[in-house]
Ligand binder design. Structure first.
Ligand code: ZN
Length: 119
């Protein structure tokens, strides 16, 4: 069925011009922009605690693993402030956070046996 792209009126087959708008009819109306199935970066999500690891190296491993699955991570250093980290070079532990919407997915990627509790 031809449609008018401007007023969305449906015409019978054979019509080629909208009598109201004087525009060419189209066979199908353009769909409204679909929701992006893979939103970039989970910007609207809030971060939730996923796992606690020993140090940045371990955090990098987890972040890399999740990153290959498109899950972004952020980290927090609960053991020390930034001031102490600068002096000692390492932290006493790293908390990794993932977007709330990806939490279950992230947990399944890490699999059983992970340490999910804060020390
Ligand atoms: Zn029209």
């Amino acid at each position: 069925m031809p449609f008018c792209p401007r007023c969305k009126a449906e015409y019978r087959a054979g019509f080629t011009l909208c009598s109201d708008c004087q525009v060419d009819l189209v066979e199908e109306l353009e769909e409204p922009p679909a929701m992006d199935p893979c939103p970039e970066g989970d910007k609207e999500s809030s971060w939730v605690f996923l796992i606690s690891v020993y140090n940045d190296v371990e955090a990098d491993m987890v972040a890399g693993l999740l990153g290959t699955c498109g899950i972004s991570t952020t980290r927090d250093y609960p053991g020390m402030g930034t001031y102490a980290r600068i002096y000692f070079g390492t932290s006493l532990g790293v908390d990794l956070y993932v977007p709330e919407a990806r939490l279950e997915e992230a947990r399944s990627i890490l699999g059983p046996g992970q340490r999910t509790s804060r020390r």
